[in-house]
Design a binder for this molecule. Structure first.
Ligand SMILES: FC(F)c1nnc(N2CCN(c3ncnc4sc(CC(F)(F)F)cc34)CC2)s1
Length: 491
C-alpha cells in the first residue's frame, strides 16, 4: 500500500544529491509534517551505499568509482511498509486513551524497536538510520531513540518528540512536553533505564543530561537530527565526498529555514564541513562556530560544551593557539556548572585530550620553533597563561562537589609541564589580586595560601573571584596531586 500521498513518489528514482535535496525541500515545505521514517530510510540507503562495501575493483585492479547510488521507489516503499507493519502490528492504540501519550504507550513503542534489535555489537558507524534497522536489525543509541519518535509519528502521536543532550537521547511527551522517558541505552556496561523519567538523572547535575538544558526537538528539528547524524566516513581516514556534499547541502537547506538555530551541534557539524569544502556565498566556518556558541548562550543558558570545543579545534588546526586555548578555557567554564559522574566519560576524554595532548603539543611547538616569533610570544602573553589557568580551574570546579574524582597525577604532570613553559615574568604579570575582605585591605591575617578559598568557597563564591584564586586553586591542585600538601578537600 503506498504509504504516502504519492507526492514523494515523483522524486524517485533518486539519482543525485539534487534529487535528495528536492525531496527534503518538499517535505520541509509541508503542509504535512515531514515523514521521518521516509527521510531516514532514504538517507540510510544512500549512506550505506556510499560508505560500506565501497571499493569495487575490476580484474585489472582498477578501482571503480561508484557514482551516486540510484534509490528506487520500490526499495523505499518496501522498507517503509515493513516499518509500518511492524509498528502498527505491535501497538494496539485502542488500548491507550487518545490525546496525549502516556508513559505506558511510550514504553510500548520503545519495546517494539528494542525487541527487534539483533543482540550483537552496536557501536559501529552507520547504525543511526531506519535503513540500518530494517535491513540489519541494528541501531546505535541515537538510532533507537530516533526510531521510537519515527514510530510514534506513524501512530499519530503528535506530542512525542526527541530530546538530545551532547551524548544521550530520550523523548518528551504529554501536555507541553513536560513528561520525559528513557527509550534507549547509554554507554557501555550501564543498565538501560528505559521507561523511567529522566528527572532523577537530571538531579545529579551530570553533563549527560545538561542539567535541564537539552535540545527539545519539533518535527523539523528531528529532520535536522537525521541530517546531522549522517556519517560520511568510509573509514578512519577517508570520507565519501558525495555523502559529505549531501550532508552539507541538506544542512544549509535546514539552516535557511531556521531549523538549526537551536541546535548547536548541527551548526558545529556544518562549520566542520565548510572548513573542508567552503560553499561560495555562505558565511565562513568561524561565523558558523560562533553562531553555535550564541545558540547555546541564548537558548541553553550556556550549558553546552561542544560549541567551544568545535571552535577550539578549528583554531588549533589553523595554528591560532592563543584563540584555541581561550576556547578551551571557555569550555571548562561551562563544564564547571556540572558535577562529574561516571556516565560523563565522553566529555572527560575530550578534556583529557586537550590537557594532556593538545596544550602540551602547543607549548612544545612554540618553544621548539623559536624562529616563529608570532607563535613564540604566546609563552610571553599573560592572557594566554591566564586562560591556561582558567582552563584548569574549570576542571577543578567541575570536580568540586562531584561523587567521582576527575583529576589524577597524570593531569598534574601535564599541568606543571605546560605552566613551566611560560616565561617567569609573564607568570608574575597576571592579576593575582587577592579578594578584598570586609575592612578592605588585602591581607586580613588569615593564612593566605589559598586554603581558605577551598574551605569557604563553593562554586558560586569562587565564580566571582578573579584569576588570582584560579591560580591559587590550580597551585593547590598541583601541590595536592604531587603529594607536597594534603588534598584540598577530604574525599
Ligand atoms: F566539539 C567537537 F570536537 C565535536 N566534534 N564532533 C562532535 N560531535 C559530532 C556529532 N554529534 C552530534 N551531532 C548532532 N546531533 C547529536 S545528538 C547527540 C547525542 C546522541 F547521539 F543523540 F546521543 C550527538 C550529536 C556529537 C558531537 S563534538
Amino acid at each position: 500500500m503506498a504509504p504516502f500521498h504519492g507526492r514523494e513518489r515523483r522524486h524517485f528514482p533518486l539519482t543525485s544529491i539534487a534529487s535528495v535535496v528536492e525531496l527534503f525541500r518538499e517535505q520541509l515545505e509541508g503542509p504535512d509534517e515531514p515523514n521521518l521514517a521516509l527521510l531516514s530510510i532514504v538517507l540510510g540507503c544512500v549512506e550505506n551505499t556510499l560508505t560500506l562495501n565501497r571499493s569495487v575493483t575490476t580484474s585489472n585492479d582498477d578501482v571503480l568509482r561508484p557514482i551516486f547510488p540510484v534509490v528506487d521507489w520500490e526499495t523505499v516503499d518496501a522498507l517503509y511498509s515493513k516499518f509500518e507493519a511492524l509498528v502498527k502490528g505491535s501497538v494496539d492504540l485502542t488500548k491507550y486513551p487518545s490525546g496525549n501519550s502516556t508513559r505506558e504507550l511510550v514504553k510500548k513503542v520503545s519495546d517494539v524497536i528494542w525487541g527487534s534489535l539483533s543482540r550483537n555489537f552496536k557501536d559501529r558507524a552507520h547504525l543511526q538510520s531506519l535503513y540500518s534497522f530494517l535491513t540489519g536489525n541494528k541501531l546505535d543509541c541515537f538510532g533507537v531513540a530516533f526510531g521510537v519518535v519515527a514510530a510514534a509519528q506513524l501512530l499519530g502521536l503528535k506530542d512525542l518528540h526527541l530530546a538530545l543532550s551532547e551524548d544521550h537521547a530520550w523523548v518528551v511527551f504529554g501536555r507541553d512536553s513536560t513528561d520525559t522517558a528513557e527509550v534507549t541505552w547509554h554507554g557501555k556496561g550501564n543498565e538501560d533505564k528505559r521507561g523511567q523519567s529522566i528527572a532523577l538523572s537530571v538531579a545529579e547535575k551530570s553533563w549527560l543530561y545538561l542539567n535541564g538544558h537539552p535540545i527539545v526537538c519539533d518535527r523539523l528539528m528531528e529532520v535536522s537530527a537525521i541530517v546531522s547524524s549522517l556519517n560520511p566516513g568510509i573509514n578512519v581516514s577517508m570520507d565519501s565526498i558525495e555523502m559529505g556534499a549531501l550532508q552539507q547541502e541538506l544542512l544549509w537547506l535546514l539552516y535557511d529555514r531556521g531549523h538549526l538555530s537551536r541546535y548547536p551541534m548541527a551548526l558545529g557539524n556544518l562549520g566542520d564541513l565548510e572548513e573542508i569544502t567552503p560553499t561560495p556565498g555562505r558565511p565562513p566556518p568561524l561565523a558558523i562556530f560562533q553562531e553555535a556558541i550564541s545558540s547555546s548562550v541564548k537558548y541553553y543558558n550556556n550549558h553546552h560544551v561542544y560549541p567551544y570545543t568545535y571552535l577550539g579545534g578549528f583554531f588549533y588546526r589553523k595554528r591560532n593557539y592563543k584563540q584555541a586555548i581561550k576556547c578551551w578555557a571557555d569550555a571548562t567554564n561551562v563544564i564547571k556548572q556540572f558535577n562529574y559522574t561516571r556516565e560523563d566519560i565522553e566529555i572527560y576524554k575530550e578534556f583529557l585530550e586537550i590537557a594532556n595532548e593538545l596544550i602540551p603539543n602547543i607549548v612544545k611547538a612554540v618553544s621548539a620553533n623559536t624562529t616563529d616569533r608570532v607563535q613564540m610570544n604566546i609563552l610571553y602573553n599573560p592572557e594566554v597563561y591566564a586562560d591556561v589557568l582558567r582552563f584548569y580551574d574549570g576542571i577543578c570546579q567541575w570536580e568540586e562537589g562531584s561523587s567521582t574524582p576527575v583529576l589524577h597525577v597524570g593531569w598534574a604532570q601535564n599541568l606543571t609541564f605546560s605552566l613551566n613553559k611560560f616565561d617567569s615574568q609573564t607568570r608574575a604579570k597576571i592579576d593575582l589580586g587577592k579578594d578584598e575582605d570586609s575592612d578592605g585591605d588585602d591581607d586580613d591575617g588569615e593564612d593566605n595560601d589559598g586554603t581558605d578559598e577551598f574551605k569557604s568557597s563553593d562554586k558560586q563564591t569562587r565564580e566571582t573571584k578573579d584569576v588570582g584564586n584560579s591560580n591559587a586553586s590550580v597551585l593547590k591542585l598541583e601541590e595536592s596531586l604531587t603529594g607536597q600538601r594534603e588534598t584540598p578537600r577530604g574525599r
